[in-house]
Design a protein around this ligand. Structure first.
Ligand SMILES: Nc1ncnc2c1ncn2[C@@H]1O[C@H](COP(=O)(O)OP(=O)(O)OP(=O)(O)O)[C@@H](O)[C@H]1O
Ligand SMILES: [Mg+2]
Length: 308
Protein backbone atom coordinates (compact mmCIF):
# COMPACT_ATOMS: atom_id res chain seq x y z
CA UNK A 1 0.00 0.00 0.00
CA UNK A 2 1.31 3.42 -0.92
CA UNK A 3 1.82 5.65 2.07
CA UNK A 4 0.48 9.16 2.27
CA UNK A 5 2.98 11.90 1.51
CA UNK A 6 2.91 14.46 4.34
CA UNK A 7 5.66 16.76 3.12
CA UNK A 8 6.46 17.35 -0.53
CA UNK A 9 9.10 19.86 -1.55
CA UNK A 10 9.42 20.57 -5.24
CA UNK A 11 12.05 22.58 -7.05
CA UNK A 12 12.69 24.81 -4.06
CA UNK A 13 14.97 27.83 -4.51
CA UNK A 14 16.22 30.47 -2.09
CA UNK A 15 18.95 33.05 -2.50
CA UNK A 16 20.37 35.66 -0.16
CA UNK A 17 21.63 38.40 -2.45
CA UNK A 18 23.79 36.70 -5.06
CA UNK A 19 24.23 33.59 -2.94
CA UNK A 20 22.11 30.59 -3.87
CA UNK A 21 21.38 28.82 -0.62
CA UNK A 22 18.76 26.34 -1.81
CA UNK A 23 19.05 25.34 -5.42
CA UNK A 24 16.27 23.19 -6.84
CA UNK A 25 15.58 20.97 -3.84
CA UNK A 26 13.09 18.09 -4.09
CA UNK A 27 12.08 15.94 -1.13
CA UNK A 28 9.21 13.80 -0.06
CA UNK A 29 8.35 12.51 3.41
CA UNK A 30 5.69 9.87 4.01
CA UNK A 31 3.45 9.41 7.00
CA UNK A 32 5.19 7.38 9.69
CA UNK A 33 8.69 8.23 8.51
CA UNK A 34 11.49 9.36 10.74
CA UNK A 35 13.16 11.32 7.98
CA UNK A 36 16.76 12.40 8.46
CA UNK A 37 17.64 15.62 6.64
CA UNK A 38 21.37 15.31 6.58
CA UNK A 39 23.96 17.81 5.41
CA UNK A 40 27.19 19.47 6.44
CA UNK A 41 27.22 22.88 8.17
CA UNK A 42 25.92 25.62 5.92
CA UNK A 43 24.28 23.25 3.42
CA UNK A 44 20.86 24.87 3.90
CA UNK A 45 19.04 22.69 6.42
CA UNK A 46 17.80 25.46 8.70
CA UNK A 47 16.91 27.62 5.71
CA UNK A 48 14.76 24.81 4.29
CA UNK A 49 13.06 24.24 7.64
CA UNK A 50 12.34 27.94 7.97
CA UNK A 51 10.67 27.91 4.57
CA UNK A 52 8.62 24.82 5.47
CA UNK A 53 7.39 26.61 8.58
CA UNK A 54 6.65 29.85 6.75
CA UNK A 55 9.23 31.76 8.82
CA UNK A 56 10.92 33.03 5.66
CA UNK A 57 9.66 33.32 2.10
CA UNK A 58 10.78 31.10 -0.74
CA UNK A 59 11.93 32.37 -4.13
CA UNK A 60 10.62 29.57 -6.31
CA UNK A 61 9.07 26.10 -6.04
CA UNK A 62 6.46 24.66 -3.73
CA UNK A 63 6.12 23.11 -0.29
CA UNK A 64 3.06 20.97 0.35
CA UNK A 65 2.51 20.13 3.99
CA UNK A 66 -0.33 17.81 5.03
CA UNK A 67 -1.86 18.29 1.60
CA UNK A 68 -1.84 22.10 1.70
CA UNK A 69 0.43 24.56 -0.06
CA UNK A 70 2.42 26.48 2.56
CA UNK A 71 2.33 29.61 0.40
CA UNK A 72 -1.39 29.55 -0.29
CA UNK A 73 -3.03 27.80 2.67
CA UNK A 74 -0.54 28.42 5.42
CA UNK A 75 -2.88 27.99 8.38
CA UNK A 76 -4.19 24.66 7.17
CA UNK A 77 -0.74 23.46 6.14
CA UNK A 78 0.79 24.23 9.54
CA UNK A 79 -2.21 23.14 11.64
CA UNK A 80 -0.94 19.69 12.57
CA UNK A 81 2.74 20.54 12.67
CA UNK A 82 4.99 21.09 15.68
CA UNK A 83 8.56 22.32 15.41
CA UNK A 84 11.72 23.28 17.23
CA UNK A 85 14.08 25.44 15.18
CA UNK A 86 17.57 25.92 16.54
CA UNK A 87 17.69 26.64 20.30
CA UNK A 88 14.23 27.08 21.79
CA UNK A 89 13.68 30.12 24.04
CA UNK A 90 11.96 29.97 27.44
CA UNK A 91 11.23 32.13 30.44
CA UNK A 92 14.17 31.01 32.54
CA UNK A 93 12.66 32.11 35.84
CA UNK A 94 9.51 30.02 35.31
CA UNK A 95 9.18 26.27 35.63
CA UNK A 96 8.93 24.01 32.59
CA UNK A 97 5.32 23.45 33.54
CA UNK A 98 4.57 27.18 33.66
CA UNK A 99 6.30 27.77 30.32
CA UNK A 100 4.16 25.08 28.73
CA UNK A 101 1.04 26.43 30.37
CA UNK A 102 1.66 29.88 28.92
CA UNK A 103 2.12 28.35 25.50
CA UNK A 104 -0.97 26.16 25.92
CA UNK A 105 -2.98 29.34 26.45
CA UNK A 106 -2.34 30.19 22.81
CA UNK A 107 -4.28 27.15 21.65
CA UNK A 108 -8.01 27.12 22.09
CA UNK A 109 -8.85 23.44 22.05
CA UNK A 110 -6.24 21.57 24.09
CA UNK A 111 -7.64 18.81 26.30
CA UNK A 112 -7.23 19.36 30.06
CA UNK A 113 -4.06 17.83 31.41
CA UNK A 114 -2.22 18.19 28.12
CA UNK A 115 0.71 20.00 29.76
CA UNK A 116 1.22 17.11 32.20
CA UNK A 117 0.89 14.68 29.32
CA UNK A 118 3.61 16.25 27.18
CA UNK A 119 5.92 16.61 30.19
CA UNK A 120 5.59 12.89 30.69
CA UNK A 121 6.17 12.14 27.00
CA UNK A 122 9.53 13.91 27.07
CA UNK A 123 10.56 12.47 30.44
CA UNK A 124 10.35 15.73 32.40
CA UNK A 125 7.50 14.82 34.68
CA UNK A 126 9.65 14.85 37.80
CA UNK A 127 11.39 18.11 36.96
CA UNK A 128 8.39 19.96 35.55
CA UNK A 129 8.00 22.22 38.62
CA UNK A 130 11.67 23.29 38.68
CA UNK A 131 12.81 26.53 37.13
CA UNK A 132 14.06 26.26 33.55
CA UNK A 133 17.25 28.04 34.64
CA UNK A 134 18.15 24.89 36.59
CA UNK A 135 17.71 22.59 33.56
CA UNK A 136 20.55 20.96 31.66
CA UNK A 137 20.83 21.59 27.93
CA UNK A 138 19.28 18.19 27.22
CA UNK A 139 16.34 19.00 29.48
CA UNK A 140 15.81 22.33 27.72
CA UNK A 141 15.89 20.53 24.41
CA UNK A 142 13.25 18.12 25.70
CA UNK A 143 11.14 20.99 26.98
CA UNK A 144 11.31 22.49 23.48
CA UNK A 145 10.04 19.22 22.06
CA UNK A 146 7.29 19.14 24.70
CA UNK A 147 6.25 22.57 23.47
CA UNK A 148 6.17 21.34 19.89
CA UNK A 149 3.98 18.42 21.01
CA UNK A 150 1.39 20.51 22.87
CA UNK A 151 -0.96 20.97 19.95
CA UNK A 152 -1.10 17.22 19.20
CA UNK A 153 0.85 17.46 15.93
CA UNK A 154 0.96 14.70 13.33
CA UNK A 155 4.26 15.97 11.97
CA UNK A 156 7.14 17.23 14.10
CA UNK A 157 10.06 19.11 12.57
CA UNK A 158 13.25 19.31 14.63
CA UNK A 159 16.30 21.29 13.60
CA UNK A 160 19.40 19.57 15.00
CA UNK A 161 17.66 18.28 18.14
CA UNK A 162 20.83 16.86 19.68
CA UNK A 163 23.15 19.75 18.89
CA UNK A 164 25.52 20.45 21.78
CA UNK A 165 24.41 17.47 23.87
CA UNK A 166 26.75 14.88 25.35
CA UNK A 167 26.47 11.26 24.13
CA UNK A 168 24.05 10.31 26.89
CA UNK A 169 21.84 13.35 26.21
CA UNK A 170 21.90 12.54 22.49
CA UNK A 171 20.89 8.96 23.16
CA UNK A 172 17.96 10.06 25.33
CA UNK A 173 16.63 12.38 22.63
CA UNK A 174 17.01 9.69 19.98
CA UNK A 175 15.15 7.14 22.09
CA UNK A 176 12.44 9.65 22.80
CA UNK A 177 11.93 10.36 19.10
CA UNK A 178 11.60 6.67 18.28
CA UNK A 179 9.16 6.18 21.13
CA UNK A 180 7.01 9.14 20.06
CA UNK A 181 7.04 7.95 16.49
CA UNK A 182 5.76 4.52 17.54
CA UNK A 183 3.41 5.40 20.38
CA UNK A 184 1.98 8.71 19.18
CA UNK A 185 2.07 8.02 15.43
CA UNK A 186 4.11 11.12 14.78
CA UNK A 187 6.03 11.64 11.54
CA UNK A 188 9.42 13.25 12.17
CA UNK A 189 11.55 15.44 9.95
CA UNK A 190 14.91 15.86 11.67
CA UNK A 191 17.90 17.79 10.43
CA UNK A 192 21.41 16.85 11.45
CA UNK A 193 24.97 17.12 10.29
CA UNK A 194 25.86 13.90 12.09
CA UNK A 195 25.47 10.80 10.03
CA UNK A 196 25.68 8.21 12.81
CA UNK A 197 22.98 10.15 14.56
CA UNK A 198 20.34 9.85 11.83
CA UNK A 199 21.55 6.41 10.81
CA UNK A 200 20.49 5.04 14.16
CA UNK A 201 16.89 6.17 14.16
CA UNK A 202 15.81 7.29 10.69
CA UNK A 203 14.16 4.99 8.20
CA UNK A 204 14.69 7.51 5.38
CA UNK A 205 17.43 9.94 4.56
CA UNK A 206 17.80 12.95 2.33
CA UNK A 207 21.36 14.13 1.86
CA UNK A 208 21.93 17.81 1.18
CA UNK A 209 25.00 19.63 -0.07
CA UNK A 210 25.15 23.31 -0.96
CA UNK A 211 21.40 23.51 -1.23
CA UNK A 212 21.03 20.53 -3.56
CA UNK A 213 19.86 17.04 -2.77
CA UNK A 214 22.48 14.42 -3.48
CA UNK A 215 20.45 11.37 -2.60
CA UNK A 216 17.24 10.25 -0.97
CA UNK A 217 16.02 6.85 0.09
CA UNK A 218 16.08 4.31 2.87
CA UNK A 219 19.46 3.56 4.41
CA UNK A 220 19.23 0.11 2.81
CA UNK A 221 18.46 1.49 -0.64
CA UNK A 222 21.25 4.01 -0.48
CA UNK A 223 23.80 1.32 0.18
CA UNK A 224 22.51 -1.14 -2.39
CA UNK A 225 24.98 -0.23 -5.07
CA UNK A 226 25.82 -2.04 -8.26
CA UNK A 227 29.53 -1.58 -7.61
CA UNK A 228 32.16 -2.21 -4.99
CA UNK A 229 34.73 0.35 -3.95
CA UNK A 230 38.27 -1.01 -3.69
CA UNK A 231 41.68 0.37 -2.93
CA UNK A 232 44.64 -0.99 -4.87
CA UNK A 233 47.94 -0.63 -3.07
CA UNK A 234 50.56 -0.16 -5.79
CA UNK A 235 53.65 1.86 -6.62
CA UNK A 236 52.48 2.24 -10.25
CA UNK A 237 49.35 4.33 -9.98
CA UNK A 238 49.40 5.59 -13.55
CA UNK A 239 49.93 2.19 -15.11
CA UNK A 240 47.18 0.65 -12.98
CA UNK A 241 44.71 3.33 -14.04
CA UNK A 242 45.71 3.02 -17.70
CA UNK A 243 45.26 -0.76 -17.71
CA UNK A 244 41.95 -0.67 -15.88
CA UNK A 245 40.43 2.25 -17.72
CA UNK A 246 40.09 0.19 -20.89
CA UNK A 247 38.30 -2.73 -19.21
CA UNK A 248 34.83 -1.20 -18.94
CA UNK A 249 34.21 -2.58 -15.44
CA UNK A 250 36.30 -0.07 -13.45
CA UNK A 251 35.72 3.66 -13.05
CA UNK A 252 35.95 6.76 -10.85
CA UNK A 253 39.65 6.50 -10.13
CA UNK A 254 41.17 8.64 -7.42
CA UNK A 255 44.51 8.75 -5.69
CA UNK A 256 45.13 7.43 -2.17
CA UNK A 257 48.19 7.58 0.01
CA UNK A 258 49.29 4.09 -0.99
CA UNK A 259 47.79 3.70 -4.44
CA UNK A 260 44.42 4.26 -6.06
CA UNK A 261 40.80 3.78 -5.23
CA UNK A 262 38.12 2.99 -7.76
CA UNK A 263 34.72 1.46 -8.30
CA UNK A 264 34.41 -2.01 -9.77
CA UNK A 265 31.15 -3.42 -11.13
CA UNK A 266 29.75 -6.09 -8.82
CA UNK A 267 31.21 -9.52 -9.58
CA UNK A 268 34.28 -8.20 -11.43
CA UNK A 269 36.85 -8.05 -8.62
CA UNK A 270 38.50 -11.32 -9.69
CA UNK A 271 38.80 -10.08 -13.28
CA UNK A 272 40.28 -6.85 -11.93
CA UNK A 273 43.07 -8.73 -10.17
CA UNK A 274 43.71 -10.96 -13.20
CA UNK A 275 43.97 -7.92 -15.42
CA UNK A 276 46.45 -6.17 -13.15
CA UNK A 277 48.64 -9.26 -12.83
CA UNK A 278 48.58 -10.11 -16.53
CA UNK A 279 49.54 -6.52 -17.35
CA UNK A 280 52.51 -6.61 -14.97
CA UNK A 281 51.20 -3.95 -12.63
CA UNK A 282 52.93 -4.42 -9.27
CA UNK A 283 50.09 -4.94 -6.78
CA UNK A 284 50.68 -5.32 -3.08
CA UNK A 285 47.07 -5.47 -1.93
CA UNK A 286 43.54 -5.11 -3.22
CA UNK A 287 41.41 -3.97 -0.33
CA UNK A 288 37.61 -3.83 -0.55
CA UNK A 289 36.33 -0.71 1.17
CA UNK A 290 33.72 -1.23 3.74
CA UNK A 291 30.79 0.51 2.12
CA UNK A 292 29.35 1.93 5.30
CA UNK A 293 26.87 4.72 5.15
CA UNK A 294 29.64 6.90 6.52
CA UNK A 295 31.88 6.24 3.52
CA UNK A 296 28.93 6.75 1.24
CA UNK A 297 28.11 10.08 2.84
CA UNK A 298 31.70 11.31 2.77
CA UNK A 299 32.12 10.29 -0.86
CA UNK A 300 28.92 12.07 -1.79
CA UNK A 301 29.53 15.28 0.09
CA UNK A 302 33.27 15.65 -0.31
CA UNK A 303 34.16 13.64 -3.38
CA UNK A 304 37.70 12.35 -3.98
CA UNK A 305 40.36 14.05 -6.04
CA UNK A 306 39.61 12.54 -9.41
CA UNK A 307 42.58 11.38 -11.43
CA UNK A 308 40.86 9.89 -14.46
N1 LIG B 1 19.61 35.52 6.68
C1 LIG B 1 20.64 35.14 5.93
N2 LIG B 1 21.34 36.02 5.18
C2 LIG B 1 22.37 35.63 4.41
N3 LIG B 1 22.81 34.36 4.32
C3 LIG B 1 22.18 33.43 5.04
C4 LIG B 1 21.06 33.76 5.89
N4 LIG B 1 20.63 32.62 6.48
C5 LIG B 1 21.45 31.64 6.04
N5 LIG B 1 22.38 32.12 5.18
C6 LIG B 1 23.42 31.31 4.49
O1 LIG B 1 22.79 30.22 3.90
C7 LIG B 1 23.61 29.06 3.96
C8 LIG B 1 22.86 27.93 4.59
O2 LIG B 1 22.60 28.22 5.94
P1 LIG B 1 21.76 27.28 6.89
O3 LIG B 1 21.72 27.93 8.21
O4 LIG B 1 20.47 26.95 6.24
O5 LIG B 1 22.67 25.97 6.91
P2 LIG B 1 22.55 24.69 7.83
O6 LIG B 1 22.60 23.51 6.92
O7 LIG B 1 21.40 24.82 8.75
O8 LIG B 1 23.93 24.73 8.64
P3 LIG B 1 24.27 24.30 10.16
O9 LIG B 1 24.54 22.81 10.14
O10 LIG B 1 25.51 25.07 10.45
O11 LIG B 1 23.11 24.68 11.03
C9 LIG B 1 24.87 29.48 4.72
O12 LIG B 1 25.87 29.77 3.79
C10 LIG B 1 24.42 30.72 5.45
O13 LIG B 1 25.49 31.58 5.66
MG1 LIG C 1 21.23 24.89 10.81
Amino acid sequence: MKKEVVLQIENLHKSYGQKKVIDGLNLSVERGDIFGFLGPNGSGKTTTIRMILGLISLDQGSIILNGYDVQKDFKKAIGKVGAVVETPKFFQGYSGYKNLQLMAGLYSHLPPGRVEEVLEMVGLKNRGRDKVSSYSLGMKQRLGIAMALLNQPEVVILDEPTNGLDPQGMKEIREMIVQLSLEQDITFFISSHLLHEVEQICNKLGILKEGRKLAQGSVKELLQKDYEAVEIVTTSREKAVKVLQSTGFARDFSSTERGIRLKVDKGYSEKLIQKLVSSDVPVQYVIPENQSLENYFINLTEGGSQIA
